[in-house]
Design a protein. Structure first.
Length: 123
């Protein structure tokens, strides 16, 4: 009698798990968020993306393109985003070579390039 009770207990658990999975996969499948802007990313992900821009800048030193890519992450001010990302990267102990890449990108931005990029950006 005890064995039969355990069998039905585990059978009920299996049926419940199977029904839950079937319902979740067939009736309510997960969906990716729509229209999620890059500006809504957490600081660590933004810092990683800034590092990617800095790595690309090292291979192709085009300041205008780098500013445009940074602007996609945060439309307020790409230079401020770059500075904040460097501070965050230092705070969480990014490797020194990554920090150097981001600093090199920041140092390559001068006022003339920024003003030209900003003038080209605004219609």
């Amino acid at each position: 009698m005890k064995t039969r009770r355990f069998i039905f207990f585990f059978l009920a658990i299996l049926v419940g798990v199977g029904a839950g999975l079937a319902f979740g996969w067939m009736m309510m499948p997960p969906a990716a968020p729509r229209n999620a802007p890059l500006a809504s990313l957490r600081a660590d992900f933004k810092t990683d993306l800034v590092l990617m821009v800095a790595e690309e800048f090292q291979n192709d030193p085009d300041s205008m393109q780098a500013l445009t890519q940074l602007d996609k992450l945060d439309e307020s001010d790409p230079i401020t985003l770059l500075g904040n990302s460097i501070q965050y990267a230092q705070a969480i102990s990014y490797p020194e070579e990554d920090l150097k890449l981001m600093r090199d990108l920041l140092n390559s931005m001068d006022a003339e390039i920024y003003l030209q990029w900003n003038a080209d950006r605004v219609p």
